[in-house]
Design a protein around this ligand. Sequence first.
Ligand SMILES: Nc1nc2c(ncn2[C@@H]2O[C@H](COP(=O)(O)OP(=O)(O)OP(=O)(O)O)[C@@H](O)[C@H]2O)c(=O)[nH]1
Length: 361
Amino acid sequence: MKTVLIGVGQAGGKLTRELVDFDDRMEFGAVLDAVAVNSAKADLQEIPFETVLVGQDRVKGHGVGGDNELGADVMQSDKTEVLSALDDSVSAEAEAIFVVAGLGGGTGSGGAPVLVKELKRIYDVPVYALGILPGRNEGAMYQVNAGRSLKTVAREADSLLLVDNDAFRSSGESLEQGFDAINRAIAQRVGLLFASGEAVEGVAESVVDSSEVINTLRSGGIAALGYAAAESAEDAEGNINTVMSTTRRALLTGTSLPEASKADSALLVIAGEPDTIPRKGVERARRWVEEETGSLQVRGGDFPLRSGRIASLILLGGVERSDRLEAFMQRAKDAVKEAKEAEEREDPADAWSNDELDDLI
Ligand SMILES: Nc1nc2c(ncn2[C@@H]2O[C@H](COP(=O)(O)OP(=O)(O)OP(=O)(O)O)[C@@H](O)[C@H]2O)c(=O)[nH]1
């Protein structure tokens, strides 16, 4: 799927950079172009592709400090510059646009929904978002920002592919220490998804096509991506059980949104040397994904790849009803409530109008 990437905010820019690197390293050529947008000048300095600084008149290049309403405002004010930077990037070849952002901060969280909405007005290709959910140990501000941003992006984008920072965290490591590793893990998975349908080696009927990715995401709402790989046997027969076990791991323990296994639609991509991909195993794995997700729309296809490994990549569309997402939305709502209570506590005047204390007479 020929894709144009727009990274918004710090996390968005860093993850976009990883995605560009992965696509280059693998020589897939699925990423057509990339642009990074930020209100913090320092975050743009390391970016090796086109950048746009927004909100300079309001925040003087220092970022919006986690204020996502300000993030939305500065994107709205400077959208013309951002859109004109994209003029040449979104060529006739482009099949999709991805806006990449951390949903917990200010610039990405506020800017991404505004940008997605504008892009949808202009371009005919699907406009997707790749959103990063804050880990459960991040502060209340991050949860509140992400709750509001998620709701808006999911409404505006053709689909929101969610990645939970907690899904990729290694034990004993702080979230910050782990960011580079998390970004690499996400870039590998999402990069393979972009490249699905790009590989032309060993062209066969079973090779996955970009349109299958687009059709899987057609139901809109929230999407997730699962992945697992294992050493490949030398022939297809020897890989029947391996395909089944990587598929199980990809869905049950390897998704970008843990515990999201019920879905409206799914796409199962098996990547590996074409003559080691077992038809029987792939069919069996696809039926298992149908049962497990409860979806009658499970597409499938191969991704021919020169590798000693065999991998299952599962794209899930319509995972809104997942427990993890419900838990996150509850976290965001609790954080809003706590913030309101703290605000009231700070104002001594409110002590007199406390509803929990009954009047004496
Ligand atoms: N996966 C991942 N998450 C990150 C990274 N950097 C920050 N985050 C997460 O993204 C959220 C913060 O968003 P940032 O992108 O840093 O903020 P911003 O959009 O630049 O906004 P401001 O700094 O407020 O201007 C937090 O939830 C972080 O946990 C990263 O490199 N990788």
